[in-house]
Design a protein. Structure first.
Length: 329
């Protein structure tokens, strides 16, 4: 079975875009691949975050992943900080990287372009740690959103650079970009991706939002004045976004939804999408509460760290030997 790896930062609450764009795909992937999924808590401190918030976000992420259908018996779930080899290989990858490569990375480039101050060295070099996160486990595939493909390309370059310099050591991973439903947009600004950091709370539906409040957000979603229900991402992005959400949560093809709404208005569609979201969140949050109350999270993370550490420690030992950190070969 081929291996797949993914990580997520615990710097905010998971939202509907995370579920549709990534998590629901992981649920199907877990039967097709050997899945490793980690909470990237070391990446979380590249920007200031309170310890209490970080702990709660981490716990919520694990609970929501399991509630969404990820089976700890099929998927290795663990904390990045529980496997010390991530930081160890991260330093090696930092020393293998060039300043120009880091300056071209999207997050750093965007922040400096905006003139932001207080950008940390960690934010500048975090792609090196991200490369280490991946390369430790020799995955064949890394599922990413379109915006994150750049990181996998850097990882591939660093893997090839190390292999050429020290002999074959790392598998060169392939990015796996989900095409259908890969991106859910803001309900208030449908030209921008739904985001944890969105300023307008009406634009994002968190997975732990009150279901009734989430339904209201759908009802107030920005659409257009054309009055015709069709899937047109360029000219009717708000409507296309609602159709994407409905299709993703129900499994009904977008063409079928559009055909059902021929001659009908936006209000009727919003009511259906709103109810779909309400039902989805109600069911998901019941499962989330069960996971929290069961006390299973600590055991899941302990078992995940043991399995991940076994693989990662073998890899870092090989790396250390090849670059000369050990006295003997």
């Amino acid at each position: 079975m081929e291996r797949m790896l993914s990580g997520i930062k615990p710097t905010g609450r998971l939202h509907l875009g995370n579920y549709i764009g990534a998590i629901r795909n992981f649920v199907s992937y877990q039967d097709e691949y050997e899945m490793f999924i980690f909470i990237a808590n070391e990446h979380a401190i590249t920007v200031p975050i309170e310890a209490k918030e970080l702990r709660q976000n981490t716990k919520d992420l694990i609970a929501l992943y399991i509630a969404c259908g990820l089976d700890p018996k099929k998927v290795t779930l663990f904390l990045q900080s529980d496997v010390v080899a991530h930081a160890q290989l991260g330093w090696v990858m930092t020393c293998l990287s060039y300043m120009g490569e880091m300056q071209r990375m999207t997050q750093y480039k965007d922040k400096t372009a905006k003139g932001e101050t207080g950008v940390t060295a960690g934010l500048f070099t975090y792609p090196c740690l991200m490369a280490a996160d991946i390369l430790l486990y020799d995955p064949k595939y890394v599922p990413v959103g379109i915006d994150q493909k750049q990181h996998v390309e850097l990882t591939r370059n660093l893997a090839e650079r190390f292999n050429n310099r020290y002999s074959d050591t790392f598998t060169v991973p392939q990015p796996l970009v989900t095409k259908v439903g890969a991106k859910v947009y803001s309900l208030q600004n449908p030209t921008k991706k739904m985001s944890k950091s969105e300023e307008n709370p009406k634009g994002t539906i968190d997975l732990l939002d009150d279901p009734a409040a989430a339904r209201k957000k759908i009802m107030s979603a920005v659409t257009d004045s054309l009055g015709v229900i069709r899937y047109d991402q360029e000219n009717q992005p708000g409507l296309a976004n609602l159709l994407t959400i409905q299709s993703a949560l129900t499994g009904e093809e977008i063409d079928s939804i559009v055909a059902r709404y021929e001659g009908k208005g936006y209000g009727e569609l919003k009511k259906e999408v709103g109810q779909t979201v309400f039902d989805f969140l109600t069911d998901l949050q019941a499962k989330y509460r069960h996971v929290i109350e069961s006390g299973m999270i600590d055991e899941v993370l302990k078992e995940g760290a043991q399995k991940a550490s076994y693989i990662a420690n073998k890899k870092i030992a090989k790396v250390y030997r090849k670059i000369g950190f050990t006295v003997t070969k």
